[in-house]
Ligand binder design. Structure first.
Ligand SMILES: C[S@@+](CC[C@H](N)C(=O)[O-])C[C@H]1O[C@@H](n2cnc3c(N)ncnc32)[C@H](O)[C@@H]1O
Length: 74
């Protein structure tokens, strides 16, 4: 069984955040943020397993106060 430290290792960390590509593309994030902001109805949001803030940062920039819970401390 692979543990979190093996799954999210230095290699994954180095290549995970690629702005503008794949799940970081505006095509993916813009509609995601729009739906989440609508669901928040002007209130705050909590993202479980927030990671590097891929969703939380643009959601916050859209005006939704976002808090996050994250296992990784690196
Ligand atoms: C695939 S990433 C997704 C990150 C973010 N939600 C996103 O969509 O970009 C999964 C994240 O879940 C975190 N995670 C896994 N198990 C967790 C737990 N039990 N409590 C908090 N975070 C956890 C990992 O450290 C990792 O950052």
């Amino acid at each position: 069984m692979i543990n979190q430290q093996q799954l999210w290792d230095a290699h994954a960390a180095k290549h995970y955040d690629t702005p503008g590509e794949g799940m970081f593309s505006a095509d993916v994030l813009a509609p995601t943020v729009a739906v989440l902001a609508e669901l928040a109805q002007g209130g705050p949001a909590v993202e479980f397993a927030i990671g590097t803030g891929r969703v939380a940062i643009p959601l916050s920039e859209a005006g939704v106060p976002v808090s996050g819970i994250e296992l990784s401390m690196r």
